[in-house]
Design a protein. Structure first.
Length: 160
């Protein structure tokens, strides 16, 4: 993979600096080194940040400061994980969906059209549920037919 000229410039800037820089200071020195105008620079700032984050030669320090990894001691590079809080599974209440006390919100299985069998239809209300679904299907079919007709008209017009 080819190295980015901006990343190589950032390495050169940090080597010349001899120590850490904030990202903004590093960015200003890189655009000065590469002689990039401000308009172009604002379009490329995120790219440089992403590239130095992924490049193993750089290390991110507290307060958005950056330095070359080779200048840092191992204990500065290794992250102390003892301060990381890991939540225990016991801290969360699990919901037993099979529990009889659990109530489904606004769900009525009897009115779900996918759950009603045709032989179970016993009144007009149940029949209306199927009519509504059929009406939607017919509307979609009509829209598709119109789209096909328009496409055929355009295709025949382009042949002429």
């Amino acid at each position: 993979m080819a190295k980015s000229p901006m990343v190589e410039s950032a390495v050169k800037v940090l080597e010349a600096q001899g120590g850490e820089l904030t990202f903004n200071e590093l960015w200003e020195k890189v655009i000065e080194d590469m002689q990039i105008d401000k308009e172009t620079a604002t379009k490329r700032i995120a790219k440089l940040y992403s590239n130095i984050t992924l490049d193993k030669r750089f290390i991110s320090l507290p307060d958005n400061k950056w330095d070359l990894r080779k200048r840092r001691k191992l204990d500065e590079i290794i992250i102390d994980t003892s301060d990381i809080i890991i939540e225990d599974e016991d801290d969360f209440e699990l919901i037993d969906y099979d529990d009889e006390d659990y109530e489904y919100d606004d769900y009525d299985e009897e009115s779900d059209p996918d759950k009603i069998e045709p032989e179970d239809i016993d009144d007009e209300e149940d029949l209306d549920l199927f009519d509504d679904e059929l009406e939607i299907d017919l509307d979609l079919e009509e829209d598709l037919d119109e789209d096909i007709s328009e496409f055929e008209e355009l295709a025949s017009a382009s042949k002429d």
